[in-house]
Design a protein around this ligand. Structure first.
Ligand SMILES: Cc1cc2nc3c(=O)[nH]c(=O)nc-3n(C[C@H](O)[C@H](O)[C@H](O)COP(=O)(O)OP(=O)(O)OC[C@H]3O[C@@H](n4cnc5c(N)ncnc54)[C@H](O)[C@@H]3O)c2cc1C
Length: 436
């Protein structure tokens, strides 16, 4: 076994990753109680929770662990979902929405506990600001009140002048400070989880795409086949997200892969560091959602831009620099050292798919752009459902497999992104021209 970093995309995270021995590819037939397909943070979180309960687990990962979104995301951890809590409340009712939100809090707290227990090197920053790029006093105040009072997530509303005293840009108006938010090195966190799994007897097979899945009616066990072996397991959990290859067609037809992009700058000069001012994570409330944070002491990590096209835009550096200088004009001469793209998995309802569709065939996927806390949450809910019959996962039953519309659905999502982004631009330019 040898370490082979070249298989990870050329991200800043891969450059700063901790050593981890490449795990073997599956080359024989094996048995396990649980077979997890997909070694991102969803698969690894569930595997680690199951290992702790003494369940025999096999993880199959097509490439390297956390090669997908999990090892290349923004690293922002905070309670909540990709879907808006108002929509969750409309669909599920207030009581269930409150329970779901508390699970999302549990997910963030689980990562914090893991970091304290075995991965302190992964913690990169504390706190998160959500900021509006146009005046939104009422809606920001209402969101802050609702999170604090109805969802027991104490957050702080900030008026425009307070916001601007904390981040030096006149692009921002009102904001919300989320003290429960924090930032991590997601690839190193995944590696720390994988080490715990392997150390506890769990088996991870890398470079092992699962190619077929069938239920043996006679034995009642699932058979997951790969090119050089197979896993027979009582439970199978699909955690393939935006990189799904069609192993289980109903899932493939439900999850829409959506691209998003990240750049990391050259080291900033001291005066440039002062413009950003804060070491918290910052995300705007716009539909394209630009987010950024300082990493590696003095580099700017900036993410955003959402498209349904799966390729990296040819002029990604220029596009991201335009977004950066729109907020901080003084960054005009900034050089970009790293750039990459990744796929998020979205269902039409924008909520995680946490389901058991047939006998012991599970799905824990589609966490969208809010997948750090929610993959850890899925780890707790699905693992305890399997090991202890914990029924909490059933609270996600309102968010089932639903056809993503195929190519037409993809086009419709792209058009709706463009529409929402155009609306944001209009509101921003009106704010610039009139100050309101
Ligand atoms: C650029 C970017 C920035 C983001 N920023 C944030 C953020 O700051 N905060 C946040 O909360 N969320 C963020 N997200 C979202 C978050 O990263 C994801 O929701 C989360 O990582 C999903 O984890 P996952 O394990 O479900 O999927 P993934 O990490 O994508 O893992 C799926 C894995 O399944 C494997 N696979 C697929 N098919 C097979 C098969 N047949 N056999 C074996 N293996 C298979 C793939 O190789 C892949 O490794 C971001 C996402 C991206 C792309």
């Amino acid at each position: 076994m040898q370490d082979n970093t070249t298989q990870y995309p050329p991200t800043w995270y891969a450059r700063s990753k901790m050593p981890f021995l490449e795990q073997p590819a599956l080359g024989e037939n094996v048995k396990a109680e649980v077979c997890i397909v997909g070694g991102g943070l969803a698969g690894l979180s569930i595997a680690w929770q199951l290992c702790q309960s003494g369940v025999a687990v096999v993880v199959l990962e097509a490439k390297r662990i956390a090669w997908g979104a999990s090892g290349r995301n923004g690293g922002f951890v905070s309670p909540g979902f990709a879907g808006d809590i108002d929509d969750v409340e409309r669909v599920s009712g207030k009581e269930r929405a409150q329970r779901l939100y508390q699970y999302s809090v549990l997910g963030a707290e689980t990562i914090r506990t893991h970091i304290q227990d075995f991965a302190p090197h992964c913690l990169m920053g504390e706190g998160k600001y959500s900021v509006s790029r146009y005046p939104a006093v009422e809606s920001m105040q209402r969101t802050a009140d609702r999170l604090t009072q109805d969802y027991d997530d104490p957050v702080e509303y900030l008026d425009a002048s307070t916001m601007r005293s904390r981040i030096d840009t006149d692009r921002y108006f009102q904001g919300i400070y989320k003290p429960r938010g924090f930032q991590i090195h997601p690839l190193n966190y995944a590696i720390a989880l994988a080490e715990k799994i392997v150390g506890c007897g769990g088996r991870i097979f890398e470079n092992t795409p699962a190619v077929s899945l069938e239920l043996n009616q006679h034995s009642g066990r699932h058979n997951v086949t790969t090119s050089a072996g197979a896993v027979q397991a009582e439970h199978v959990i699909l955690c393939t997200s935006g990189y799904d290859n069609g192993l289980y067609e109903p899932l493939h037809q439900s999850v829409l892969p959506v691209s998003t992009h990240v750049v990391v700058s050259e080291p900033l000069r001291p005066e440039q560091l002062d413009w950003v001012k804060t070491r918290c994570g910052i995300a705007d409330t716009g539909n394209a959602c630009d987010y950024y944070r300082l990493i590696d002491e003095d580099r700017l990590l900036w993410g955003g831009k959402i498209t349904t096209a799966r390729t990296q835009p040819a002029k990604l550096d220029q596009q991201m620099l335009a977004a950066i200088t729109d907020v901080f004009p003084a960054f005009a001469d900034l050089k970009i050292d790293y750039r990459w793209s990744g796929l998020m998995g979205y269902c039409r309802h924008k909520m995680p798919l946490i389901q058991q569709s047939e006998d012991r065939l599970w799905m824990a996927t589609a966490f969208g752009g809010h997948g750090l806390n929610t993959t850890a949450m899925a780890g707790s809910l699905v693992a305890s459902a399997i090991s202890d019959n914990d029924p909490r996962w059933r609270d996600f039953s309102d968010y089932d497999l639903v056809w993503n519309g195929g190519l037409l659905g993809q086009a419709a999502v792209q058009v709706s992104y463009w529409w929402m982004q155009a609306k944001d631009r209009y509101l921003e330019s009106r704010a610039r021209n009139t100050g309101s």
